[in-house]
Design a protein around this ligand. Structure first.
Ligand SMILES: Cc1cc2nc3c(=O)[nH]c(=O)nc-3n(C[C@H](O)[C@H](O)[C@H](O)COP(=O)(O)OP(=O)(O)OC[C@H]3O[C@@H](n4cnc5c(N)ncnc54)[C@H](O)[C@@H]3O)c2cc1C
Length: 418
């Protein structure tokens, strides 16, 4: 029987499977618990950037993802009508500079590929196991699930996303109540469509800006493009990531076609040919302090630790950076099959002080800055009123005049985590 320390990993999204694979390589026995009874089709897409893909490359799936996608070569920003504000071929340099490109991928594909990799790596995945409670002692942790079962392990990693139960429990156990998520006043309608012929020749991340409405698109395969429309709306919709039913799709297409009348034909074509549409509200939360990311035997990772709005496209990439750094900080518990007694003793005595604290203190400032940056980016994208829109458009034009400004912005993301 294995004596490897059991690690309870909550959530089989992006961070959960990756941290599980990295820890298995260090001699741990991870078990991944996922609330969904069978992971299947969900969400729209993710933009994986070089920083996230570097981590995925460590577990051998980056090529698989980039081959399925069409990595972007260009950034292209325009007014709603298609009048260009600026463009740059900076992304075509990412692979030579950072070792990996930037590539959009279907969210479903990312989820299912990572789950398959867990199974191929002999890591147990328990679907339909929804975490409901955690109790800790000095040397172990017990997770309880909605199905009435409980499992004990050496420590627990909460990778359960933006609405993490692990985060609420940790905060409650620290005597704090989690504040409710704030509606940002913005909704996003996202879709996946065949790529319009006019967009096919240049695989680009494209932005269109108007008064109170912003559109973005990028390829997720040689034939398909993912897009999203952000707008100011008072109506709150939860971030359920549920695809619209066919009748809702027709309604959404008609609504968006009217809303976007006069826009670039490519945007209207994307909307009208969409194969799936998802609409959700964008919610925000106050950032947690590093000391709120962990307890004696639990630590939060990814969106569970730093939920973010999507405007910088860094949610999944930061979750991957977290997975890398946490796995680096955790000691290898066996070397060539022989137990590493020092590492095992550290796990029992100093896990929180030595590993979790260092992890949280290293990651919290960077992720908090990105959460705040995403908030600012979201607000500026949907600037309202003539004056604010002119100011925004002038700032975009000016940023494209000097590639070094855009390069510096991307370098802050992509030069990490190694
Ligand atoms: C279904 C879904 C679709 C998404 N679609 C998009 C999208 O289209 N575009 C975009 O930009 N971002 C999307 N996101 C958000 C984006 O994927 C995240 O920012 C990113 O994946 C962060 O990774 P993570 O591992 O921290 O969390 P996630 O990838 O969100 O993974 C969290 C996982 O934990 C599971 N979980 C939650 N609560 C529990 C519980 N109590 N017990 C056990 N398991 C639990 C969830 O089902 C999920 O599988 C989506 C998230 C989800 C869950």
């Amino acid at each position: 029987m294995s004596t490897a320390p059991v690690v309870l990993i909550i959530g089989c999204g992006i961070a959960g499977p990756v941290v599980a694979i990295l820890l298995k390589r260090k001699g741990y026995q991870p078990i991944v618990f996922e609330k969904v009874s069978k992971l299947a089709d969900a969400g729209a897409s993710l933009m994986l950037m070089s920083n996230g893909l570097k981590v995925l490359n460590l577990i051998g799936v980056a090529d698989d993802f980039t081959t399925e996608s069409t990595p972007i070569t260009t950034l292209w920003d325009a007014k709603a009508t298609g009048e260009i504000l600026g463009q740059s071929n900076l992304p075509s340099t990412f692979t030579s500079k950072y070792g990996q490109p930037a590539a959009g991928i279907r969210r479903t594909s990312a989820n299912l590929k990572l789950k398959q990799l867990l199974l191929d790596s002999d890591i147990e995945v328990r679907e339909g196991w929804q975490l409901t409670d955690i109790s800790e002692s000095d040397s172990s942790v017990k997770a309880s699930f909605k199905n009435g079962q409980s499992v004990t392990g050496s420590f627990l990693i909460g990778c359960d996303g933006i609405k993490a139960t692990s985060r609420s429990i940790l905060l409650k156990n620290q005597g704090q109540t989690e504040s409710a998520a704030d509606y940002t006043g913005l909704t996003q309608t996202a879709g996946i469509s065949p790529t319009p012929a006019s967009l096919l020749p240049v695989p680009a991340m494209r932005n269109w800006y108007s008064d109170s409405i912003h559109a973005i698109s990028y390829p997720i395969s040689p034939t398909h493009t993912s897009w999203a429309i952000t707008q100011r709306e008072s109506q709150e919709k939860e971030e359920t990531w549920r695809p619209c039913h066919p009748d809702e799709m027709l309604e959404q297409r008609a609504y968006l076609s009217k809303l976007l009348a006069g826009w670039d034909d490519a945007v209207l074509e994307l909307v009208n040919s969409s194969e799936r549409i998802i609409k959700f509200g964008l919610f925000d939360r106050q950032e947690l302090g590093p000391e709120q990311w962990y307890s004696r035997r639990c630590v939060l990772v990814g969106d569970a630790a730093h939920p973010t709005s999507p405007h910088l496209g860094q949610g999944a990439n930061q979750a991957l950076e977290d997975a890398y750094h946490l796995s680096q900080l955790l000691p290898a518990v066996s070397t060539d099959g022989a137990p590493n007694e020092d590492a095992i003793s550290l796990l029992v005595k100093d896990l929180a002080e030595v590993v979790f604290k260092s992890f949280a203190e290293m990651r919290q400032p960077r992720t908090s800055a990105l959460v705040r940056g995403a908030r600012v980016q979201g607000e500026s994208r949907v600037a309202s009123g003539d004056e604010a829109c002119q100011k925004r458009d002038a700032a975009i034009e000016s940023s494209f005049r000097d590639d070094s400004i855009i390069a510096a912005k991307f370098d802050n993301f992509l030069s990490h985590p190694f």
